[in-house]
Design a protein around this ligand. Structure first.
Ligand code: HT7
Ligand code: ZN
Length: 855
């Protein structure tokens, strides 16, 4: 496959004013007629007229009414056109029913829908399918009224007509989008849909019609999403001064979807799992995620749509910023410390392994073969962390000033990271050339802190080092904001949070005037996405767990104690750390602390995180030993907290009618965390009671999981299936849960058995991920010495690849950490990687991923 480089960027050379598209919908033979006015861009000298196209049956092509000379090329055509404005007209035929890759126009349960990011529009018609070509679209959709009573596209609905005198009755709808946009934001939906409607009046008094479109029967699952949308619209006005810019905003729920959701202009398309919610069928985690994703897609209207990316290398320009904005929104809607801890947990679980393994790449990559492979945790989550650091460094006011300048200066542009940083330089007068390394250098910096105390002065000697990553042997120092506070031995804060700017490989920072040695709290709020090495004993950690005034670092101290306890139990077989257990008890007893925060305190590092830490420390992780240590720590927590667990459980039962708000969700989180431990003491008695009484999915699922852990879950599992067999999203949970709660030696067998279940609709990405994604999340099960899970996953990746390369490639990342393990496991995984890579006609997506993973 061809590699594309950032350094080779060249503009298209032609400008489009208007695009007129007509769709004559048919499940197997949709006609797409495009009428486009092109004119030369005189700023560009070399202007070959190249249009992308894939799997198109061309019916006709006309340039100013004549058949032009066409040269077929890989991925498209070059056409002889006049060096002057001209009219393009093409008619193509496409087959939505055969489109199982879910890119371009495809069908999901009888409904037409599109997914054009990143390069799906080229499967719809001949077009310069690149984000820097922006145009105004008018779309006419024709279809039969019986199967597609609802037809939608981007922008504002202009016209609708149904001719019921004819059979079948044809439907015509016209949509016009007044805002120029790149083709990746194009969308079309048609089908038998019903709407949950509402409206929003913008700050300048414009009324916007809002609708969430779903399949009949799902109407009752829309209310939460609609409230989230209205909150997002208001928040973007209040916090970023961004107003919505169309008369309507539509969201459509689709069952077959490769990712979470898509921000198409005025017509967001959502994976149904990311928008549909009801208390009976969705957990609190689902509600929270839905709120964040609705916000994320809505915020893209300004950061992504009004200002888009010049090319796909700039993906973090829209994704990093939009993740940052959705995280700020969640901070404001819910508890900011709890949200920050959750974000850091996700970053460590998904981005750190990526950045420290064979798939490591810069936040702004410099080359790719398949752009779909770069919608990664690094681009999204590290991209957001980079913006958070920028805000920390320049301050809140300067951040707001820079963002206003960004919107003023670049509205309507296809911009770059250089444009983004220039706005901050111009707004603040700061030189950000060193900061830019965060976009170009891959890898997680390791920051080491050594303390010295003399003459009433505490000095922190801080150094940074980033290990080599693929294609980047040497690393330059980055600017790292390190938020620090100091506590005196009584636990009072004697130095409030201050931000140190680490610029060099090694630097020292002094805090004079402390007659007694203060205790530093370092990297408060996780002010930079780094690994922190600090020589601290368990007593100091316990002190910080009890006293740190920074909620993130207080939680982090508990986490570090748990981590160290687990690591020494794996390495030396030592018993769980008493300082950790005592400290944890004190925190859990403190009723002034938010229940959601206390629930997070009860968590412990995942087995896969421990494997990574052991590998970093020069050990070969043994999954079975890690599993045993994790289980032992859980049991030790249950035993040590046995006197308070029943109270914690009982005191956090929510009596009021269900609400997905942070308060009651936090109570349920704490009660369920207590239940998890209680089950280790009562053999599942409390869980059985909760299962019977549960009137919401959060409690039902937690109880079922606990029952499975106690080997008491088989009856409930069957009852659960019978209760929810008609709800796809709940049955996804049923698939996942059985694998996640299997014994390590059984996980692959359980998963294999479930692949034979009649509901294992493997072409549906949600179902595929529910089952095989759960298998890879079960660390000890996936890495069981038999190699059965490796083989099972490889079998299914091989089967899925010709059908859906995007999801196959994404799921292949399960193997990215393979070099951590012993030679036997490496050989087992290596054999599966070889088997996958030898498949004839392996997709470009999967070929690139397997090649990079193999290293
Ligand atoms: N911008 C979107 C990313 C995306 C996508 C979404 C659905 C299916 C395929 C996709 N390829 C890329 C989603 C987002 O970040 O908001
Ligand atoms: Zn996004």
């Amino acid at each position: 496959p061809q590699t594309i480089y950032l350094k080779d960027y060249k503009p298209f050379g032609w400008i489009i004013d208007d695009v007129h598209l007509t769709f004559r919908l048919h499940p197997t033979a949709t006609r797409v007629i495009s009428r486009i006015r092109f004119r030369p861009d005189h700023d560009v000298h070399d202007r070959p007229f190249f249009l992308h196209g894939e799997d198109l049956k061309t019916i006709s092509i006309r340039v100013d009414g004549h058949e032009p000379t066409i040269y077929e090329q890989s991925g498209g055509i070059t056409v002889d056109v006049p060096d002057a404005p001209f009219n393009w007209e093409a008619e193509v035929e496409i087959n939505p029913s055969a489109n199982t890759a879910l890119e371009g126009l495809y069908m999901s349960n009888g409904m037409y829908c599109t997914q054009c990011e990143a390069e799906g529009f080229r499967k719809i018609t001949w077009y310069p399918d690149r984000p820097d070509v922006m145009a105004k679209f008018t779309v006419r959709i024709e279809s039969d009224a019986e199967h597609t009573p609802v037809m939608l596209s981007n922008g504002n609905g202009l016209y609708y007509e149904q001719d019921s005198t004819k059979t079948p009755a044809p439907n015509v709808t016209i949509y016009q989008d007044p805002w120029p946009k790149p083709a990746y934001l194009f969308a079309l939906v048609a089908g038998d849909l019903v709407a949950h409607e509402d409206s929003f009046t913008t700050v300048s008094g414009k009324e916007v019609h809002l609708a969430i479109w779903v399949r009949p029967g799902d109407e009752h699952k829309c209310a939460f999403g609609m409230e989230a949308l209205k909150k997002s619209m208001k928040w973007d006005e209040d916090v970023y001064g961004r107003e919505y810019d169309l008369d309507e905003f539509n969201i459509v729920a689709v069952d077959d979807f490769n990712m979470g959701a898509m921000e198409n202009k005025g017509l967001n398309i959502f994976n149904s799992s990311c928008v549909l919610a009801s208390p009976e069928t969705s957990t609190d985690a689902n509600f929270e995620r839905i709120e964040a994703i609705i916000a994320h897609e809505y915020f893209h209207n300004w950061t992504g749509n009004r200002i888009t990316c010049r090319d796909w290398f700039q993906l973090c320009l829209k994704e990093g910023l939009t993740v940052f904005r959705d995280q700020q929104f969640t901070d404001d809607m819910r508890s900011a410390p709890v949200a920050r801890i959750s974000n850091v947990l996700a970053l460590r679980a998904r981005q750190f392994p990526e950045d420290q393994g064979p798939l490591s790449h810069p936040v702004r990559p410099e080359s790719f073969q398949e752009i779909n492979n770069f919608y990664t945790a690094t681009v999204y989550e590290k991209g957001s962390e980079v913006i958070g650091m920028l805000k920390t460094l320049v301050g809140d006011e300067a951040y707001a000033k820079a963002l206003n300048l960004y919107f003023d200066r670049h509205d309507g542009d296809a911009a770059t990271i250089e444009d983004w940083l220039k706005v901050f330089e111009d707004a603040t007068g700061r030189d950000l050339s060193q900061f830019k390394r965060w976009y170009s250098q891959s890898g997680t910096p390791r920051v080491t802190v050594r303390e010295e105390y003399a003459q009433d002065t505490l000095t922190l000697h801080i150094s940074q080092r980033t290990a080599p990553t693929p294609g980047q042997e040497t690393k330059e120092p980055q600017i790292i904001p390190i938020a620090v506070g100091l506590l005196n031995p009584n636990g009072d804060e004697v130095q409030e949070t201050t931000v140190l700017e680490l610029r060099d490989s090694e630097q020292s920072f002094s805090f004079p005037g402390h007659a007694s040695r203060p205790v530093p709290s370092i990297l408060r709020g996780f002010s930079a996405p780094v690994l922190l090495d600090q020589e601290i004993d368990a007593d100091r950690r316990a002190f910080l767990l009890a006293h740190d005034t920074d909620p993130f670092n207080r939680w982090e101290s508990g986490r570090m104690l748990a981590r160290e306890s687990l690591l020494s139990s794996v390495k030396e077989g030592s018993a769980p750390n008493a300082a950790y257990l005592d400290g944890l008890k004190l925190v859990l007893r403190d009723d002034t602390l938010d229940p959601a925060y206390r629930a997070l305190m009860l968590g412990q590092p995942s087995q896969s995180e421990l494997a990574g830490l052991l590998h970093d420390a020069g050990h070969v992780p043994a999954p079975e030993a890690i599993h045993a240590a994790s289980e032992a720590l859980r049991q030790a927590k249950a035993d040590h907290l046995s006197d308070i667990l029943p109270g914690l459980y009982a005191d956090h039962q929510v009596e009021e009618p269900f609400s997905a708000e942070a308060g009651p969700a936090g109570q349920r989180a704490l009660a369920n965390a207590a239940l998890d431990l209680l089950t280790r003491l009562d053999g599942g008695a409390t869980a059985a009671m909760q299962y019977t009484r549960a009137d919401n999915m959060t409690q039902q699922l937690a109880a079922l999981g606990a029952l499975l852990d106690a080997d008491q879950g088989q009856e409930a599992l069957t009852a659960f299936y019978d209760q929810w067999r008609d709800d796809r999203l709940v049955i996804d949970k049923w698939f996942s849960l059985q694998v996640l709660h299997a014994k390590p030696g059984d996980a692959a067998d359980v998963a294999r058995r479930l692949t034979n279940h009649m509901d294992f609709d493997w072409k549906n990405p949600n179902r595929f991920r529910a089952l095989l994604g759960a298998l890879q999340m079960h660390h000890a099960g996936f890495h069981h010495e038999s190699g059965a899970a490796y083989e099972l996953l490889a079998d299914w990746l091989i089967r899925l690849d010709p059908v859906n390369p995007q999801t196959t490639a994404r799921m292949s990342t399960a193997f990215q950490t393979w070099k951590r393990y012993d030679t036997k496991r490496q050989a087992l995984i290596g054999a599966q990687l070889d088997r996958i890579s030898k498949q004839p006609e392996l997709s470009r997506d999967t070929t690139e991923m397997i090649t990079r993973i193999r290293g």
